[in-house]
Write a new protein. Sequence first.
Length: 211
Amino acid sequence: MIDVPKPLNFMTKIKEKNSTKTHSDTPELIKKQSNFYLLTGGPGAGKTTVLNELARQRFQVVPEVARAIIKHQNAIGGNATHNGDRIAYCNLMLKESIDDFIAKSAIQDVVFFDRGIPDLYSYSKRFCGGVNDTVTQYVDQFRYNALAFLFPPWSDIYCHDTERKQDFQEAIDTYNAVKEGYSACGYQLVEVPKCSIAERIEFILNAMRQQ
């Protein structure tokens, strides 16, 4: 079992190594949260499993908004889904992602997000006719830690479920689009290796310590 530091102490160590810039140095319209870390990549790559284990280890986590939206749309017979009205679906994901960011902004400890606002950049570019000004505005306005963790496609663990209906090629395509999109949004991507859950978490925490 790996030795995982408590969230508060861990965040204190990270802050000591990061820039001394604070929110008071930043224009009010721009929200920069150096304690917010994004886990991203294609579907079925193991992000949620890692996030759940981080939660078990008492880290603050925020689940993927897409799954909750799809469940709700299915329950009400709505069409704002990936296989329906993609623009409406993208708008809902953007709204929920912003709400999650704002809701966690008072937290000083590390917060891990299963995807976030930058993911909507690549989604809108692929499926909504291009990146619109609204998405670009919020990508610039709500900034997570510049270090983001990219989960690569992994056929050995990939599977379908009620919300995940894409085939593995779509997972690969999403991975490539996300990789390009995050770079365009100014994030530094670190690819998470294909290994055990404990090893993946230790890799992520080590990368954060070394930042």
